[in-house]
Write a protein that binds this ligand. Structure first.
Ligand code: MLT
Length: 260
């Protein structure tokens, strides 16, 4: 079912009485990266995915986003849908949102953190993003996206799933570039969330074996700091493991959820 909540496109599947899982996509994707996970989990969980403001079909509004404004949006969805005991599943930038939400929102009780990090951007990363904003402004999103895709996906996936990749690119190129630049701004200005790791309740950390954006070691170190956590590596996958290896990704989630 599709709903619009405060300009955000929100998709729900499953029984409203089941335990809710909110899926938060990464940059610069939309809710559809979770379609396979939602299809397989909706019989047992109330699955909610949404397009982060400025991405997919959600309204861009002013485009001046921060991680705080993204968490405000998440809170609005939780409140409007009257969700309790929420499981948050965040991928990369979605993980940054989930981690900040863990510090702010009491309703979030379990976390699936995929290919993400608690670290804020260092100077090199900030300058790289500033350069990307400038290039998107001047040349559009396409050149930036080519570079991003070659870092985000394995060579194997880019070659073997050429048509899926082409469709995904076309879709992202239809998004409002103001929203994409806003996402970069939000990531530049995010805080470091490492301090709250000790308090993070039941957590699954999923890392991709060949992730060039968030190296597996970084996530392994993060998992070691969370007392109640499980750490899983998805082999032969790049950064976007729910697209490259959906079955392995979903099985990791299912085995974690069974233990909750
Ligand atoms: C993402 O996939 O959300 C981004 O690559 C994260 C980042 O650039 O830090």
């Amino acid at each position: 079912m599709q709903k619009t909540i405060d300009g955000l496109e929100v998709y729900t599947a499953g029984n409203t009485n089941s335990r809710p899982i909110i899926f938060i996509h990464g940059f610069p994707f939309d809710h559809s990266i979770w379609n396979e996970a939602v299809a397989q989990l909706q019989n047992d969980y109330y699955c909610i995915s949404y397009d982060i403001r400025g991405f997919g079909r959600s309204k861009t509004a002013h485009g001046q986003y921060t991680m705080e404004s993204y968490v405000d949006d998440l809170e609005t969805i939780i409140t409007q849908l009257q969700l309790q005991q929420v499981i948050l599943c965040g991928f990369s930038m979605g993980g940054y949102i989930a981690l900040r939400a863990s510090e702010r929102l009491q309703t979030c009780k379990a976390f699936i953190l995929a290919n993400t990090t608690t670290s804020a951007d260092d100077n090199t990363a900030k300058l790289k993003r500033a350069k990307a904003i400038k290039s998107i402004e001047k040349e559009g999103v396409a050149p930036f996206l080519d570079t991003f895709f070659s870092a985000a996906f394995t060579k194997h996936y880019l070659q073997e799933d050429e048509q899926t990749v082409a469709k995904l690119k076309t879709k992202i190129l239809s998004f409002d570039r103001v929203g994409i630049k806003g996402g970069l701004l939000a990531m530049i200005s995010r805080t470091d969330t490492a301090q709250s790791l000790q308090a993070l309740p039941q957590s699954l950390l999923i890392s991709a074996g060949e992730d060039k954006i968030i190296p597996p070691q970084e996530m392994k170190d993060m998992a070691a700091k969370i007392p109640n956590s499980q750490y899983v590596v998805i082999p032969n996958s790049g950064h976007v493991s729910m697209l490259e290896k959906p079955q392995e990704f979903i099985e990791a989630i299912q085995s974690f959820l069974h233990k909750l």
